[in-house]
Design a protein around this ligand. Structure first.
Ligand code: NAD
Length: 409
């Protein structure tokens, strides 16, 4: 099943509950615009490199389109399409005045020098500058990109359109980025967990955790769940995994990763295969790396009873069916990792207002948005007697279809 087929299946389960007519389904599934560009630039050795880049703008009925830019060898149009649609549903779940988009370049950023990455990013921006903007489509970081990438995009864009910090979010704080944005996706995962566990009369500190991915989302989640008293028993990144049933020392692991660029070889831990992370003995699994890692074939091997989707689209519908049968609760990506786009929205609001918020205000507002979204989700879940993913899609599809109808499109 391709990511677009999987996302469409989730959408259709919600559309069935809402009795959405075929015409509206077609309209909501079809992207507004798909763009493919060639990005050529000079390598450090003087040779010419060319990479393919994409931007898919899915829906703008609720506001400007919003979504990350990914640099990864597996980026292709199908995946970008699915991720763009997920952004439409995600911004609707947390009720931000945005639509959805996503972009990426099929490249391995680890094989490019910093100068090459900058030239590639500037070329991508040159190709896209006519179709992005603070009131049309606002990119942000995703896998393989970061605040520095956003600074280059903003600078290149401003050559064409003048000073325009709100064209991207996830910028460095020195260039109009928001305090708290770096930690926001991980913090949002923590707030989502707090909501779920409060429903069960439990706390974050009552559980053990395994985390796949130790980049922006995974490392912040590890740090924040550890600070909240959770025991992190295993983590993995692209170069390997580590485990310790007594709990990993996360502050020291952060220092180790800063020095060595990998979790592997962390003193006081057992090595595990990166692929085995998903099947570790733990209460809560947090996939925070690639998409499509849990499917009908491997879902039965997962020992965790809760899955918090830090990554986008880590679980396909076949895996969801296995989890439902095994009593595993899945907190879906379009709610669990919405902290990133929520604080991106706060960053954009600060850029529009030309006014800086304190970090305490950012974090308190994020908590408020996540708690409200969870309350909305819980209502839909009760009304339809469905799982959390179906509830999230139903809430989102209802909001977007209402906006589309009101516009009279
Ligand atoms: P990142 O590039 O900062 O980190 C990715 C991490 O995944 C790295 O530690 C990398 O080593 C690891 N990884 C890659 N392949 C792996 C593998 N096969 N096994 C184990 N680990 C592997 O990316 P990120 O920004 O943290 O994004 C991670 C996921 O979260 C993506 O799915 C992204 O779409 C999603 N997400 C990110 C944000 C955000 O604000 N950055 C917001 C919402 C969702």
């Amino acid at each position: 099943m391709t990511p677009t087929q999987a996302t469409a299946r989730f959408f259709n389960s919600a559309a069935d509950l809402l009795n959405l007519p075929d015409r509206e389904r077609k309209q909501l599934l079809t992207p507004y615009r798909e763009i493919k560009v060639e990005c050529s630039f000079a390598r450090d050795d003087g040779s010419l490199a060319t990479f393919v880049g994409y931007r898919v703008q899915h829906d703008n009925s609720r506001g400007p389109m919003k979504g990350g830019i990914r640099y990864h060898p597996q980026v292709d149009i199908d995946e970008v399409n699915a991720l763009a649609a997920l952004m439409t549903w995600k911004t609707a779940v947390v009720n931000l005045p945005y639509g959805g988009a996503k972009g990426g370049i099929a490249c391995d950023p680890r094989q490019l020098s910093i100068g090459e990455l900058q030239r590639l990013t500037r070329m991508f921006t040159q190709r896209l500058h006519d179709v992005i903007g603070m009131y049309t489509d606002i990119p942000a970081p995703d896998m393989g990109t970061n605040a520095q990438t956003m600074a280059w995009i903003m600078d290149e864009y401003s050559k064409f359109h003048g000073h325009n910090p709100g064209v991207v979010t996830g910028k460095p704080v020195e260039l109009g980025g928001s305090l708290g944005r770096d930690a926001a996706t991980g913090r949002g995962v923590l707030f989502a967990a707090e909501c779920l566990f409060a429903d069960l009369g439990k706390k974050v500190s009552d559980f053990t955790y395994a985390i796949q991915g130790f980049g922006n989302v995974g490392s912040w989640a590890a740090r924040l769940f550890h600070e909240a008293g959770g025991k992190i028993v295993a983590v993995a990144d692209v170069s390997g995994g580590i485990a310790n049933t007594k709990g990993l020392d996360i502050p020291n692991l952060m220092l180790h990763v800063a020095k060595t660029k990998s979790v592997a070889g962390f003193p006081g831990s057992e090595p595990i295969l990166a692929d085995e992370l998903l099947y570790q003995s733990c209460d809560v699994l947090i996939p925070a790396a690639l998409g499509d890692v849990l499917n009908g074939q491997n879902a039965g091997k997962v020992k965790a009873k809760y899955i918090l989707e830090g990554a986008n689209h880590p679980t396909d519908p076949d895996a969801d069916a296995v989890f439902a049968a095994n009593g595993v609760t899945v907190v879906p990506d379009i709610f669990a990792n919405a902290g990133g786009v929520t604080v991106s929205y706060f960053e954009w609001v600060q850029n529009v207002q030309e006014f800086r918020w304190e970090e305490e205000k950012v974090n308190a507002e994020l908590r408020r948005v996540m708690q409200k979204a969870y309350a909305d989700l819980s209502e839909v879940r009760k009304k339809y007697g469905c799982d959390l993913r179906t509830a999230a899609f139903t809430l989102a599809v209802d909001r977007v279809s209402m906006a589309t109808r009101l516009r009279g499109i």
